[in-house]
Design a protein around this ligand. Structure first.
Ligand code: GLY
Length: 365
């Protein structure tokens, strides 16, 4: 009997898709049944680090389910998340005469799902895409919610589109091949989702940290389901990021600034962890959460080996980058605070001094 966890996502209008959380590909036929792909061509898009490890297994699992499979592999790396890679993929699809009934399948981390999702959004004005994320971060965040895009002129996700996937299939065993640091960094987004929308998820992550870090995939499936539910609930209410979806930016104002500042070499999840610690400090200073809650939040990130302080932080540069972040709307910073553990709010009255002291709180000489 299948032990897969299934979540239905209703992402506005008639858009409805299923997230399957499994430990192998046994549930793939059920997960993709509604796509009616028996005579369709399926184009798996992956990158040079992931494809040698996982493409063959996926193609084997897909072959009995569709007419033809093809594999497109692009060079790994954030710098490949650009229009040139999309145009190269479009040429590949054209060479194989893809049509609007065919399906793209992303097999990789967030770069791969963002890029493949964007190609699917624009190719022939939109074809279907399925995400098979291979990193914990892409499972916890990027593969769910329909944000797609590429970087442009050094600005992340400058060009993009909302394009909801037709299915998301998380095969947790694919995580076996990622390193510990990358694995741990995925928990930052999950802790963030707990903090902003599900106190029980936050508590479970704290309680099960040792099991989760030891890659107990039964425990992981449980917290991943709650994690996806938080995101699903918010995306359902605001699929096009016009309101409450901004809550998902908790920790990202300062987190993105850390990512943009030169020379830290921090992973996205690590920046989000430090950014959440700074947001928690600001929330404590405003009296929304207690100092015990603040310390506990920091402990939780640290229990997953995630940074809550950054040595040698160029505080002024981080402040300027935080103010320039896309969370600025009409010149006003929209900052996400923790109103209480499990609930966040967007505030437009955060002052420069408050931002400065939040940045100070994560700095060590
Ligand atoms: N990663 C934030 C969002 O999907 O809106």
């Amino acid at each position: 009997m299948s032990s897969a966890e299934i979540i239905a996502v209703h992402a506005g209008g008639n858009v409805c898709y299923q997230i399957t959380i499994a430990k192998d590909y046994q549930d793939l036929p059920d997960a993709l049944e509604s796509l009616q792909m028996a005579r369709r061509r399926v184009f798996v898009v992956s990158e040079t680090n992931v494809a040698p490890l996982h493409a063959e297994g996926l193609l084997e699992a897909l072959k009995p389910l569709c007419g033809e499979t093809h594999l497109y592999v692009f060079p790994a790396g954030e710098e490949q998340k650009r229009l040139e890679t999309v145009t190269d993929l479009v040429r590949f699809l054209d060479r194989h005469m893809a049509d609007r009934g065919d399906i793209l399948v992303s097999l990789g981390g967030g770069v791969c799902s963002d890029l493949t999702g964007f190609a699917a959004a624009v190719y022939l004005r939109g074809i279907r895409v399925v995400h098979i994320p291979t990193s914990l971060l892409a499972m916890a965040d990027a593969s769910v919610g329909g944000k797609t895009g590429v970087n442009f002129d050094c600005v992340k996700n400058r060009i993009g589109a909302f394009h909801q996937p037709s299915a998301v299939y998380m095969n947790l065993s694919l995580l076996d091949t990622i390193g510990d640091r990358e694995y741990r960094s995925g928990f930052a987004e999950m802790i963030k989702h707990g903090l902003l929308g599900d106190r029980e998820l936050y508590r479970k992550l704290r309680e099960d940290a040792a099991r989760l870090l030891a890659r107990d995939y039964d425990s992981l499936a449980g917290v991943m389901k709650s994690n996806c539910r938080v995101k699903e609930r918010i995306v359902e209410e605001d699929p096009r990021d016009e309101g409450v979806r901004a809550l998902l930016n908790l920790g990202h104002t300062i987190g993105h600034a850390l990512e943009e500042a030169e020379g830290f070499g921090l992973l996205h999840g690590e920046c989000v962890a430090a950014g959440c610690a700074a947001a928690a400090y600001l929330s404590m200073r405003r009296g929304y959460i207690s100092s015990e809650d603040y310390r506990e939040i920091r402990d939780t990130f640290e229990a997953f080996g995630l940074p809550t302080v950054i040595p040698g932080l160029p505080k002024e540069e981080i402040l300027q980058l935080s103010k320039k972040d896309k969370k600025m709307v009409g010149g006003i910073l929209h900052f996400v605070v923790i109103a209480e553990i499990g609930r966040a709010e967007i505030r437009q009255d955060v002052t420069e001094d408050e931002l400065r002291s939040a940045i100070d709180s994560i700095a060590v000489e």
